[in-house]
Structures are given as structure tokens and as C-alpha cells.
Design a binder for this molecule. Sequence first.
Ligand code: SF4
Length: 114
Amino acid sequence: MARLVDRLNDKPGLVVELVTGEDDVCRPCPHLDNGACRRFGSQVEELDARVLERLGYRPGDCITWGELLDNLSTSINAEQLAEFCGDCRWTDLSYCTDGMKTLEKNRTGGGDRP
Ligand code: SF4
């Protein structure tokens, strides 16, 4: 995951397609089974759809990685993550919360922009 994020951050102009459900991030995950998530099931689609709606996008929209980060940093803050992430086990590891705080800090000029 960290390597993928680093690669995306190196290319903020890269166009990404927004999807709900299993995606490229899931590809190496051991919970992915025949294109479906064995861990969260259909909850993945619901959570993804909730995030896209908050950001004002629809599944299938194509935008740059930089635009997505800008929108994320102004639309959702770290304290609101639980509202979008359900009982995802990554939440307890603070990986996403730390990432959102970094985004917010970068937007307000308190850190290095990815
Ligand atoms: S747990 Fe499910 S949603 Fe999360 S990365 Fe793995 S397959 Fe994808």
C-alpha cells in the first residue's frame, strides 16, 4: 500500500478512475477471492459509495490524483474517518488517520506537499 501511494504521489497529474468495490489496491490483498472481498463483502461498495458522494464524484469518474487529494483534504478530516470507514481494521492502526492529517497539514501549509 505504501509503495502504491508513493508512486501515485510522484505523479499528481496521473488520471485515476474512481470505482466502488474491489479495485487495484485490493489486487495483492489475501482477502480478495475471485474479484470479491471475503473480509468486508458488500460493505466495501457501500463505504466507497459514501466517500464518493461526499466528494461529489460518481463511480466511473476519471480525475487526476492531485485533484482527488485536494478534494479529500477539504471534504473529509481525520476525525470524520470512522463515519466512512466502518469497522475497517486499518482504522486501529492509524495509517489512514495519519495520512489524512498529513494531507490537511499540507493543504494549510504546514507540511511538504506529496
Ligand atoms: S480487505 Fe477487501 S477491500 Fe480491503 S484491500 Fe482486501 S480485498 Fe480490498
